[in-house]
Ligand binder design. Structure first.
Ligand SMILES: [Zn+2]
Length: 181
């Protein structure tokens, strides 16, 4: 079995920008590339799990998203890290295009994306983490019994103010990475 780090994308790996979909607007969070390199060196597989309701809302397409994720994955690899797969949920239960308007089991806080990856990559949940900036990330992690982690980047500070957070909290992804060395 493999140990894994599940990562939210927007606000965790890259700077949160509303409905980001253009490569020129993509900006890694401080220390994120170094963090991803550390995960690789420590023998974790890294799986991205991201809600992308901008697709349901018609703001961008799945093709746009895949191009952006490919760009991110290439940059990560150049720096010495590796993302094995980027899972995304294109759905929204109420808003937008008909083909995406479902109450799915993949939009976090649901755990569909994580459940799929755990089976596909034979992941040991006891040795694995889910890192994100929103309470939906933490809840999705708890559902599959990986250790949830909140980062203060993105919406992380707001999440701390608004929600009763009981998991460990780090300033950013790099600080979390250093904590598991
Ligand atoms: Zn979904």
């Amino acid at each position: 079995m493999k140990k894994a780090i599940f990562l939210d994308r927007d606000g965790t790996i890259n700077v949160e920008k509303d409905y980001l979909h253009k490569i020129e607007d993509f900006e890694f969070e401080t220390g994120a590339l170094e963090a991803l390199k550390i995960f690789q060196e420590l023998g974790y597989i890294v799986v991205v799990v991201t809600n992308q309701s901008g697709i349901a809302r018609g703001y961008y397409t799945e093709t746009d998203l895949k191009k952006l994720n490919d760009y991110m994955s290439i940059k990560v690899k150049e720096y010495g890290g590796n993302i094995v797969e980027c899972y995304y949920c294109p759905h929204h239960s109420e808003k937008g295009l008909e083909q995406y308007k479902i109450k799915c089991n993949c939009r976090k806080p649901e755990a569909g994306m994580l459940i799929d990856a755990i089976a596909r990559y034979d992941i040991d949940v006891e040795k694995s983490y889910m890192v994100g900036d929103k309470v939906s990330d933490i809840k999705a992690g708890e559902k599959v019994k990986v250790t949830p982690i909140l980062v203060k980047t993105g919406y992380g500070k707001k999440t701390l103010e608004k929600e009763n957070i009981t998991c460990k909290v780090y300033d950013n992804l790099l600080e979390f990475a250093k904590s598991i060395i």
